[in-house]
Design a protein around this ligand. Structure first.
Ligand code: GTA
Length: 152
């Protein structure tokens, strides 16, 4: 399993369009960072629940909840910062895919938290991907379907 983490291009399928650097710098950041991104979370999951689950992989330095930029309420993602790279890798290896509040969460390597990254970038304030969701999801506050899809 650890060998999977040796190829920097395979660390994450996600490419942050707002990363201030080239692909090589992005991959280097992913390889060395002590931050993970958690996606597909319930909007009702609290920081305390995240703390409890993710401290199983190691001591947590900080948790930053992802917020809807309009309502300032949780919108389904967060960042967890560890003290060690090993703990960060363990979170990706062992916690990704586990169920938190009835949802299979996704734990992804992240290039590092910076102020501003806690806000959803979608047009309606939440995450971009929620606006394109076509499957029913009772945790989407719009009523279950992606907001843009719903309008079409
Ligand atoms: N490390 O997977 C991730 C990740 N995601 C999805 C978001 N962040 C992530 N970080 C890591 N790994 O700080 C971070 C962002 C930001 C914060 C909120 O979370 O760096 P966001 O989700 O609101 O906006 O970010 P983002 O990331 O800019 O959205 P993006 O990349 O356009 O789209 C996310 C996903 O939405 C796509 O991968 C795709 O699955 C779906 N999507 C986007 N556009 C379309 C479309 N036109 N049609 C269908 N699906 C679409």
């Amino acid at each position: 399993m650890a060998s999977l983490f040796k190829d920097p291009s395979k660390l994450s399928a996600y490419r942050d369009r707002k990363f201030p650097g080239n692909q090589e710098e992005f991959e280097h950041a992913l390889q060395t960072s002590i931050t993970v991104y958690i996606g597909n979370m319930s909007f009702y999951t609290t920081e305390e629940q995240v703390y409890e689950l993710f401290s199983r992989a190691g001591e947590i330095k900080k948790i930053i909840m992802g917020l809807d930029k309009n309502t300032k309420t949780p919108c389904g993602f967060c960042f967890v910062l560890y003290y060690s790279r090993e703990d960060c890798e363990d979170a990706v290896k062992y916690i990704s895919g586990t169920i938190l509040d009835d949802r299979p969460i996704r734990v992804d390597f992240d290039w590092g938290f910076q102020e501003g990254r806690q806000w959803g970038r979608g047009r309606s304030g939440g995450q971009v991907r929620d606006e394109y969701r076509t499957d029913y999801d009772p945790d989407i506050l719009s009523g279950g379907y992606g907001k843009l899809v719903q309008r079409e």
